[in-house]
Unconditional design. Structure first.
Length: 179
């Protein structure tokens, strides 16, 4: 079983992926671990695409079943066929509030006190908000995800709304039982 979970930043992809991994006892791989180099501050240095491809292929080849979380719509056709794609969408006001809380929890007051970090934070918040706003800042948008999903000839479960992680897991388990 190969499951792909995607959605906007702070829609709950990683939380759901980790919880579902525990529930199904299969590994969870997060695309951010491959997309970004380890750095301080994190998420500032993109990894070379050929390097990330080699890394993720090496990891997923070790497991028969797995879950992949994150947006990979621009990574090309490097993955085996998924058995299920799960798309998460939250109302923007809920998602953006959670995102701001997550960023403060991760980094603390430095995102409000250090000039470089203030800019990084504000740029990231604007980029994330553009997922729904479509002003041209972000290439990872709701429209891009929906268009990618239309091209997939794979079972897709769309979970739109503010559901708990456990409710989302139950929806996925139900969908898997129908496959």
């Amino acid at each position: 079983m190969k499951i792909h979970i995607l959605g906007a930043s702070s829609s709950g992809v990683t939380t759901l992926g980790n919880a579902l991994s525990q529930q199904l006892n299969i590994p969870y791989f997060d695309s951010d671990e491959y997309y970004w180099e380890k750095s301080d501050p994190p998420f500032t240095i993109r990894r070379n695409p050929s390097d990330r491809t080699l890394m993720i292929k090496k990891d997923i080849e070790k497991a028969k079943d797995w879950i992949l979380g994150g947006s990979i719509i621009s990574w090309g056709d490097i993955f085996p066929r998924f058995d299920l794609i799960v798309f998460l969408w939250l109302p923007p006001h809920i998602r953006m509030e959670r995102l701001k809380e997550r960023e403060f929890s991760r980094y603390g007051n430095i995102i409000y006190t250090d000039l470089t970090r203030i800019k990084q934070y504000n740029d990231f918040i604007a980029w994330s908000a553009d997922y729904d706003n479509h002003t041209g800042i972000a290439t990872r948008t709701l429209n891009a995800h929906e268009n990618w999903l239309k091209q997939m000839n794979i079972p897709i479960l769309e979970i739109r709304g503010d559901y708990s992680t456990q409710e989302r897991i139950q929806l996925i388990l139900k969908k898997l039982s129908e496959l």
